[in-house]
Design a protein around this ligand. Structure first.
Ligand code: F6P
Length: 519
């Protein structure tokens, strides 16, 4: 059992939670007419309204005590100064260096030289100086990667559609299912397509198989081996493997073991984003994240957005037994945010032992969600009237450039209506129609959705996950469960494809393999 649960701040929170039993969030507003002012904070272009939570000033004070007891400030400094905080892999976790404007440390210097390498490449491609095998400019970029080498860039590219450069489209292929690559390539011309093979390790099965299939597609489409360099570049920490694949070493953009896959968007893994929106906009994304980094590092816990979000998550997970959290962007452009958030949180906090290897009582939350208003016509029913306690983050964009302002205002009204009803409920004599309310939520508002504000938003969530990891005493930067799945796949694939394998797994899996073999 983690020692954190034995600490006095933890015990104080358990007692406090009992004292709040039966309390309604609406009543907390009646008790404190200035609750919104007290429970909202603005920084780095974001407003966080956390007033619709089942918390009082005392709850927040106790959660802050818990953070202090867990050594959160020291942990933040350790991360920013490059200490080896990923202890099971013996590395720092220095994604914050990827967006630092400074060039003091060795880490920062190598980051900036890579940004310059990216800039020169992006400028060549987007100004049509980079020519494909027939002398034509590149019109389509296909990023082949999975997990962190896919979700972040795909999400940001979609979110930044207002900034897409004319004449170049980006596509993202991740799934090992051949249909994903085939469907993507259907309308593309090999002579004007550039593949970015994005893999930190350059060993990930899905990415390697898709990269080989893309190579074959290019060669079958009249390309020849000598032209591969004009159509394939890589982002990887494994230069040898990328070169073995046939990528010109000058076109391998580096990545380092001190950048975790799910935190790698800010590195050259963001190359398809930079190609799609231009390097200046990519740098603006980094600047927004850096502004949030400074806020996170320098602001006291009481008004620190990522700290508050992380503490509230801990409150619901550990003290109110809420296992799941919904991420609800009221912005079609942010449709992929829940998927990015899923990997960020669930791969980081999905652990069952603490840093010493002792079994813990609480891991991270189940993260899910979709773009509003679509979810309102599907799963929101369970949020409103189901018996589960599910807390939610509503994310809205205040201003958009559209000639359909009425529709945009309707979108925002829907967002506010949902969090209002979740909290206040609805009286009705008919029990079927009554909505109990008292369901908590945060609302995050971006004044505008542009590279800078998106960078701030994403860095906020990265840090809120880190805060939770410190309070739960979990290493947020490894993923040994995923590795176990990869090893099992190697054995099962061998058993499935060989005629004389006698390897046995479990009765169900053995039977499934037999069934397939018979088919
Ligand atoms: O899913 C496990 C994982 O290791 C992620 O953490 C990572 O983002 C993804 O695989 C892809 O890894 P790579 O970039 O090495 O191909």
């Amino acid at each position: 059992m983690s020692t954190h649960t034995d600490s006095s701040p933890w015990k104080a929170l358990v007692a406090h939670q009992k004292s709040l039993s039966g309390q309604s969030i609406s009543a907390l507003f009646s008790d404190n007419p200035e609750r919104f002012d007290h429970f909202s904070v603005e920084a780095a272009g974001l407003l966080l309204d956390y007033s619709k939570n089942l918390v009082t000033a005392e709850t927040l004070e106790l959660l802050t005590n818990l953070a202090e007891e867990a050594g959160l400030q020291k942990a933040i400094s350790a991360m920013f100064s490059g200490e080896v905080i990923n202890t099971t892999e013996n590395r720092p976790a220095l994604h914050v260096a990827l967006r630092s404007p400074e060039q003091n440390t060795e880490f920062e210097k190598i980051v900036h030289s890579t940004l310059d390498q990216m800039e020169s490449f992006v400028n060549k491609v987007t100004s049509w100086q980079w020519q494909g095998c027939n002398g034509d400019p590149i019109t389509d970029v296909v990023n082949i990667g999975i997990g962190g080498s896919d979700l972040g860039p795909a999400m940001v590219y979609e979110a930044m559609s207002d900034y897409h450069l004319d004449g170049i489209r980006c596509h993202f292929v991740s799934n090992i299912d051949p249909a994903h690559l085939e469907q993507t390539l259907e309308e593309l011309n090999p002579a004007t397509t550039l593949f970015v093979i994005a893999s930190k390790t350059f060993t990930t099965l899905e990415t390697m198989l898709n990269a080989q299939a893309a190579r074959a597609w290019f060669l079958n489409g009249n390309g020849n081996e000598q032209d591969l360099g004009k159509h394939f570049v890589a982002v990887s920490a494994n230069v040898d493997k990328a070169s073995d694949f046939g990528i010109d070493p000058g076109n391998i953009f580096p990545l380092w073991d001190w950048v975790g896959g799910r935190f790698s968007l800010w590195s050259a893994i963001g190359l398809p984003v930079a190609l799609g929106i231009g390097m200046d906009n990519f740098r603006a994304l980094l600047a927004g994240a850096n502004e949030m980094d400074i806020h996170f590092q320098k602001t006291r816990f009481e008004t620190n957005i990522p700290v508050l979000l992380g503490l509230l998550d801990i409150w619901y997970t550990c003290f109110l037994q809420a296992e799941s959290k919904a991420i609800l962007p009221y912005s079609q452009k942010l449709e992929l945010l829940p998927a990015w958030m899923q990997q960020l949180s669930m791969e980081s906090l999905g652990k069952s032992v603490d840093s010493d290897g002792s079994v813990i009582d609480f891991s991270g939350q189940i993260i899910w969600g979709s773009a509003g208003t679509n979810g309102q016509h599907s799963f929101h029913q369970l949020l409103h009237q189901g018996t589960h306690l599910i807390h939610a983050d509503f994310i809205a964009v205040a201003k958009v450039e559209t000639d359909k302002q009425e529709q945009h205002e309707q979108l925002l009204a829907n967002c506010f209506a949902q969090s209002h009803i979740l909290m206040c409920g609805k009286e009705d004599d008919d029990p079927h129609k009554k909505v109990l309310g008292n369901k908590p939520s945060n609302t995050l508002i971006l004044k505008k959705l542009y590279p800078h504000s998106l960078g701030s938003l994403l860095a906020t969530y990265e840090h809120s996950v880190f805060v939770q990891s410190v309070l739960l005493d979990i290493n947020a930067f490894d993923q040994w469960g995923v590795e176990a799945g990869k090893t099992a796949n190697t054995h099962i694939y061998a058993a499935m494809t060989s005629t004389d394998s006698d390897e046995s797994f479990d009765p169900s899996t053995d039977a499934l393999i037999d069934y397939l073999k018979k088919l």
